[in-house]
Design a protein around this ligand. Structure first.
Ligand code: NAI
Length: 734
């Protein structure tokens, strides 16, 4: 499918000639409405004319495209965006392309040379983009292009002013990427090379002619299309070739010792190591960069005055030996708890007495007092909290680099509300993901010798990859994508400002969730909610929505932690039912950011009749009748219970063999229908073939005759069969 821009409104600055003109023509050709901006200045920023922009607009219109001109300087950003809004009602794409040159050797660069270049390139891009920003944010779509230059990336004689302004645009882009991410605003930067009036003075004429602007435009179009998920990229492009650039950082070297002043001699002596790009890393965010400094602080502290050496630094990033570590068991840990911990956990994951059906998890005196199934993670996490992972031979990692990436929990028996329970942990596998290592950590939790639950922690260790290990494991419990349709149920629930402060009392004491200064070091504006807290919210939403808050129906849950939640934000759990598997995706409602993905909860089938369990025996005609009886009972059961007050058991046979069992309870509560074996006692039980049952229902076989001819067998209180008529005549009509 070709890439269309139908419905999109694009502003190209400096589109009166060169590259900008080419972009404007290409966008218009593919259906976009284009604002052709150009001041009509000379290459040094002097003069002004509307002719350049008008000419391009005419070209577009002549081909049947949609375009309007704008003649303002990019220094009046608002006016450019206003032209788009006035003409087309919106702004989707901004290509910051306008540019001039004032080349001078550095010493001869005047204030004016410096300022003019900055005003057009850097300040102009800032002003135009800022004017578009809130429109893009509101409509949750925006694509921005910054135009940098090889002169900025690598430096070029006589272009100090231009290089500085051009690389400033890359810095601007880097932060727009971070701020726009949650709003589907993408910003990418290109460093083009093309023949134009800007380059005709520095390039030989045949090169100017062959490096055509049309070899650059396709990249700009792709980066601006809805389908393109690239964000924060930097590309060199020209002559039909496109390449991507990124930052690289050497492993570096620690030149400071604990309790010693740091001195320039140590820097000199370790210079080769500081600059050695062997095994270089490729940080992609300030957080990633920051983490290594936090790690250095803890490394220097733990050196205990011993001189820091390169192997210590290297070990912190690549100290994993799967052959030694996989299969290692950690010392078993015991966890004692009572109802207090169960209740504290339920409050920690947002349960509240304002929902009456939450009381069974919040009040130890409740007749059905239970432990939430996801409390299973609390039982097992003590193994990790005690620093167990760091004691495993073959795993030499920095604890500050460890992130909880995914989690799986399976429950084999409803969890008790007190006990000492024992957990045993094994390193199930270690994967090499390049930028980091994934350690799969299996924890089994037992009550005496009985296995209660199984947890799989999938932890990501930043910077610990590259040890030549495998990338996948059959031991990993995989995350699964949600179906591609609207969710079957959505629950929105708010977390409180103190959600993390409350949740941590269940045993995850990481200060990242409470201490603003630690959160700042991690690159967060404020302490963040525990991923396992959002996990608890999402799982209980499913339990309520699809299992009537019955913990015995809960089988397993899997999640992938994608993004943090700030306490006080609202969680939106989207659910898709596929048989007994409920796929989930959890978002922060305020920002629409996905926080849990690839997630699902597996439920045990409901013990009573439900649409899935009605198909026992397979192909019995009587099933439809019972389904109908079930529906009628749920509508008018209370009335029937008053009239009938009995429990009827049914054994349906097919070809002489038992093929289905049903129990119609018209004695308890407001009545119910059960499919399959029944745990309670029926007052009367009928055995009849599927065909004869249908004949009775259709009125072609008299029940009494059926009884006397042996077609209908009755056990128990035979007098109650008189009441059968009420059910079969009035409630079994199909
Ligand atoms: P060009 O000179 O053909 O096009 C630039 C356009 O911007 C001109 O039409 C000019 O009138 C307009 N303009 C200048 N000041 C303006 C202002 N204040 N407001 C609105 N419009 C203004 O140059 P070319 O080569 O097409 O350059 C496009 C962009 O690509 C520039 O930002 C340039 O720095 C950059 N670039 C180009 C390279 C190349 O090889 N052509 C190399 C590296 C970067």
């Amino acid at each position: 499918m070709s890439l269309s821009f139908e419905g999109r409104v694009v502003l190209v600055t400096g589109a009166g000639g060169g590259l900008g003109r080419e972009y404007a023509l290409a966008f218009a050709e593919r259906g976009a409405s284009v604002v052709v901006n150009d001041l009509g200045a000379d290459t040094k920023g002097g003069g002004k004319s509307s002719a350049a922009a008008d000419k391009v607009v005419e070209e577009i219109r002549a081909k049947g495209g949609k375009a309007v001109a704008n003649y303002d300087s990019v220094e009046y950003g608002e006016k450019l965006i206003q032209t788009a809004l006035d003409a087309f009602g919106r702004i989707d794409i901004v290509v910051n392309n306008a540019g001039i040159l004032r080349d001078r050797s550095f010493a001869r660069t005047s204030d004016l040379d410096w300022d003019l270049i900055h005003r057009v390139h850097l300040r102009g891009s800032f002003l135009v983009t800022r004017a578009a920003w809130n429109h893009m944010k509101k409509q949750k779509f925006g694509r921005i292009i910054m135009t940098t230059s090889a002169a900025g990336i690598y430096g070029n004689f006589g272009q100090a002013n231009y290089s500085a302004a051009k690389l400033g645009m890359l810095g601007l882009a880097n932060t727009l990427v971070v701020e726009g991410r949650n709003y589907n605003i993408h910003c990418n930067t290109i460093a083009p090379i093309a023949g134009s009036r800007l380059t005709e003075t520095v390039m030989p004429p045949d090169l100017v002619a062959s490096l055509k602007p049309e070899y650059v435009a396709p990249l700009v179009l792709w980066l601006c299309h809805d389908q393109c998920q690239e964000n924060g990229g930097l590309f060199e492009v020209g002559a039909g070739w496109i390449g991507k650039l990124r930052w690289e950082r050497s492993q570096g070297h620690i030149v400071r010792q604990k309790n010693q002043p740091m001195n320039p001699e140590a820097v000199r002596d370790q210079w080769d190591k500081i600059c050695d790009f062997t095994d270089a890393t490729k940080p992609t965010s300030t957080q990633e960069s920051m983490l290594s400094f936090v790690s250095v602080l803890s490394q220097v502290e733990s050196e205990g005055g011993v001189e820091a050496n390169p192997t210590a630094a290297a070990a912190s990033t690549s100290g994993i030996n799967p052959a030694e570590a996989v299969g290692q068991k950690l010392p078993p840990t015991s966890f004692s708890f009572n109802h207090t911990q169960c209740i504290l956990y339920a409050l920690g994951v947002g349960m509240s007495t304002k929902d009456p059906d939450h009381l069974r998890f919040l009040y130890e005196g409740h007749p059905d007092f239970s432990c939430l199934p996801t409390f299973g993670v609390i039982l097992s996490q003590a193994v990790l909290m005690d620093g167990g992972l760091l004691s495993v031979p073959g795993i030499n990692i920095d604890p500050t680099q460890v992130l909880h990436g995914e989690h799986y929990l399976e429950i084999f028996k409803p969890l008790p509300t007190s006990g000492p329970l024992t957990s045993e942990a094994t390193i199930a596998d270690i994967l090499d993901k390049g930028s980091g290592a994934v350690i799969l950590f299996d924890v089994n939790t037992y009550q005496d010798k009985e296995l209660l639950c199984y947890n799989q922690f999938s932890v990501f260790v930043v910077g610990a990859g590259g040890f030549g290990g495998k990338r996948t494991s059959e031991k990993a419990k995989a995350a699964l994508p949600a179906p591609q349709r609207a969710p079957d149920a959505v629950v929105i629930d708010s977390t409180t400002r103190d959600q993390a402060a409350l949740y941590r009392l269940s045993g995850d004491w990481n200060p990242l969730h409470i201490d603003p200064s630690i959160a700042a070091i991690g690159g967060f504006k404020a302490p963040i909610l525990h991923g396992l807290c959002s996990f608890g919210f999402a799982a209980r939403h499913v339990l309520k929505q699809f299992a009537d808050n019955d913990p015995s129906r809960f089988k397993a849950v899997k999640v992938r932690f994608v993004k943090p939640v700030t306490p006080g934000q609202s969680l939106q759990t989207e659910m898709w039912k596929e048989g007994n598997r409920i796929h989930i995706q959890c978002k922060v409602k305020e920002t629409d950011a996905v926080v849990l993905s690839g997630a699902y909860v597996d439920l045990h089938p409901a013990p009573d009749a439900s649409p899935q369990t009605l198909t026992q025996g397979g192909g019995l005609q009587s099933e439809l009748v019972f389904a109908e009886i079930g529906r009628r009972i749920s509508d008018t059961g209370a009335e029937l219970v008053k009239k009938v007050s009995a429990v009827f058991g049914w054994e349906i046979t097919k070809d002489g063999k038992s093929a289905g069992q049903w129990t119609i309870d018209l004695k308890n509560g407001s009545g119910s229908l059960h499919s399959g074996p029944y745990s309670g006692k029926a007052d009367v039980t009928f055995t009849v073939s599927d065909e004869d049952f249908m004949a009775v229902v259709r009125g072609t076989l008299d029940p009494q005759k059926a009884f006397f001819s042996g077609k209908l067998k009755v056990r128990g209180n035979i007098m109650l069969s008189q009441k059968l008529e009420v059910i079969l005549k009035d409630y079994a009509k199909l």
